[in-house]
Ligand binder design. Sequence first.
Ligand code: PMP
Length: 488
Amino acid sequence: MRIPLDRQSQQPLYKQIEGYFRECILAGSLAPETRLPATRQLARDLGVNRITVETAYSALEADGLVYSRVGSGTYALAPLPGQQPSREQPGAPWPLWQEELLASGGLEEVVSAEEMLLAAGHPAPVSFAGGSGDARLFPSEDFRKVIQAVMRRDGSEALDYGDAKGYQPLRATIAGVLTSQGLMAGAEQILITGGSQQALALVVQLLLKAGDTILVENPTYSGALSLFRALGLRIVGVPIDQHGMCVEELEALLQVHHPRLIYTMPTFQNPTGACLSLARRQQLLALAERYNLAVLEDDYVGDLRYEGRSLPPLKALDSRGLVIYISTYSKMFMPGLRVGFIAAEGPVCERLVSFKRLNDLATSNLMQRAVEAYVSVGRYQNHLRRCVHVYRRRREAVLQALNRCMPAGVRFHPPLGGLFIWLQLPPGVDARALLPLACQAGVAFAPGEDFFAEGREKNHLRLNFAAHPPEVIAEGIARLAEVVRRAI
Ligand code: PMP
């Protein structure tokens, strides 16, 4: 153990040791019942006399911060009410640079709907607020075996950094899958990222600087908006309807705002679930070419289609290198993998690889190998089929429940795929104001306001219908409908 001791200090060494453990216990970094180092070992580590350590421990014991068990050692106790670490005592300021950080306001911190729901203490809470699929469907046991098999096969190679661009066989596998979806790509055009959130951050930081303008669908994915705001970008919203972004309104916005990049989710848009029509896809690309606009296509749940014929990704319609395509294994597989990817060609591809290297050197090598092993033996495709089957029934359940329970004036379009359904409440009903009441009733949702880049409309909310079985969905929607009815 290393405790910083100042041998020039006026303060005796035992006091310094005592002070270190006192702070650790009061700050919670030494949890109750944690055993302190044996006195003989600590004395050796610190190069002090054993009596010095014993004196420090006795002082802690006298203050009720530790107790000793004969023949076993010394253990931390829970601090008493009122005992605080010196950092938190009134009048102990942070260094100036930390105080400046505090004063600058920083990033918005909101209590999440899920936290609010838990705090409300309902015995059987139902959250429609989450952003991913149902964790109960994760093939965790299968995946454990795959990781073990990869470790057996690759040994320490799997634990090295690996290529900044990503594990080559995974890139080749992804390129093969994309090619089968009409998006012709080679392994060289694929860059593996830490989820698609990192892909977003890399692309935007490479192509834009603070003050530049980015176009987004309005509403759009709130995590992207938070990122763009944190980077100091000017965000301009393009309206969206049932058929995706209103591309007809785009040209006027391009002429006024001169954006460098447009961020779009053409397939099962988050939060609205809308799909961009083929005609609009083509129109968008034509405009991007005419106005020198880079297109960032976020295809986060493209394979989760429950109805209708699939449309080609924008990238599949792009022969000029206008589109940077990003996707992820988070929504259709498991978010904790933190594996996503970018498909792009041209100079931007190499620049993104360098930028990725600067950012985090590489995505977890072991995880990439495990994902590759899982995908390449066809198990991922099976998992995907199962998810589509299960989520399709859940979509039916949510539509039935909404039709059955919601009061007149609540509007929605059945989504053809993805995880979300977007509800419009009657004008004047504020979804955020409803959230605490809904949580009391045992149901949570994502307030729509958070997804708007501008003109924040308050009367929308997003429901994740994929997260629960049909009977839980029915119960959750019945609770929500009652709250909405009362608000109307
Ligand atoms: N894009 C969209 C549309 C999302 O909803 C999310 C997750 N909420 C992400 C990107 C980022 O997900 P991940 O980093 O897990 O791939």
